[in-house]
Design a protein around this ligand. Structure first.
Ligand code: HEC
Length: 263
């Protein structure tokens, strides 16, 4: 089963478990597969000096800079597609029905060098994600902004609550109005990161069903510093010590940032 099924807007169709199952049965990741839609305008991960915060990037924690970088992750992740290395992925593409299409775009030697081929596979996936299939802009809200649809009375009240600073104030983080004199349509995200203080979701199998040693190995992979650093035996690791230090200095923002412990 795909984790990004086009039939359900490129999300995980399995809604029995709170997070997604990898190719190995029973091995669940700590996060659910997100939709791949409306990702095109996401800028590469960067520090916005004017605003003083991190912006853009891929994955919930921004640890991949671009969609090309992102596409290299899941095929090798033990909690997702679990290939041992790039060569294993490239070999699968070599024997796939579309291998020749691939060679037509990248040349006859496209799949010969595993490292180069792996980059090209990621580029091809990212190119597909840039097609209009992923950004149809066909919601009622899009049509409303173009003057082609009207709100019901309830929807109008809802938008007031959503935007009012003394009510929901959702638009503070989920911009709802066109930008740039109407040129940029709102996608309800400002591409930044916030610590929302959401507590641990106990039913997540990653939290309650994996042995601590497997969880530790997985945490290394996904850079889940909370799991890594809470494991006392591992506190000896220099990365965790540095993480603990940076957490003391900046109590709220060690988790959302890629490699928070880097000195
Ligand atoms: C302080 C900034 C902030 C405010 C204010 C805020 N949100 Fe969010 N919201 C976020 C962040 C960050 C996420 C992503 C959480 C995650 O995926 O880890 C999010 C996620 C969501 C999602 C899930 C989106 C998805 O793709 O799964 C919805 C729906 C949502 N917020 C609605 C609201 C509503 C409604 C309000 C107002 C009542 C609101 N938010 C106020 C920051 C905010």
């Amino acid at each position: 089963m795909s984790c990004h099924d086009p039939k359900v807007f490129f999300t995980d169709p399995d809604n029995k478990e709170p997070t997604s199952e990898g190719i190995i049965e029973g091995r669940f990741g700590p996060r659910n597969a997100p939709t791949l839609m409306y990702n095109l305008p996401t800028p590469p991960f960067h520090f916005d000096k004017a605003e003083g915060l991190f912006k853009g990037g891929q994955f919930v924690d921004g640890r991949a800079r671009t969609t090309v970088d992102q596409a290299k992750g899941p095929p090798l992740s033990p909690i997702e597609m679990n290939n041992q290395n790039a060569l294993e992925v490239v070999e699968k593409v070599r024997s796939a029905s579309y291998a020749n299409l691939f060679r037509r775009v990248y040349g006859n030697a496209a799949l010969d060098n595993p490292a180069k081929a792996y980059n090209r596979i990621a580029e091809a996936i990212a190119a597909f994600e840039r097609t209009p299939v992923f950004t149809p802009m066909t919601s009622k809200y899009d049509y409303y902004l173009q003057g082609k649809a009207n709100f019901t009375a309830q929807e109008r009240r809802g938008r007031l609550v959503f935007e009012a600073e003394d009510k929901g104030n959702c638009a503070a983080c989920h911009p709802s109005r066109p930008d740039n004199n109407g040129a940029q349509r709102p996608l309800f995200t400002d591409f930044t990161y916030d610590n929302l203080g959401v507590p641990k979701n106990r039913p997540i199998p990653f939290i309650n069903r994996l042995s601590s040693s497997i969880r530790w190995a997985m945490a290394m992979w996904i850079e889940d510093w909370a799991t890594m650093c809470s494991c006392r035996a591992k506190m000896a690791s220099s990365k965790c010590r540095r993480s603990a230090i940076s957490r003391k200095r900046r109590p709220t923002c060690t988790m959302g940032i890629s490699k928070p412990c880097a000195a």
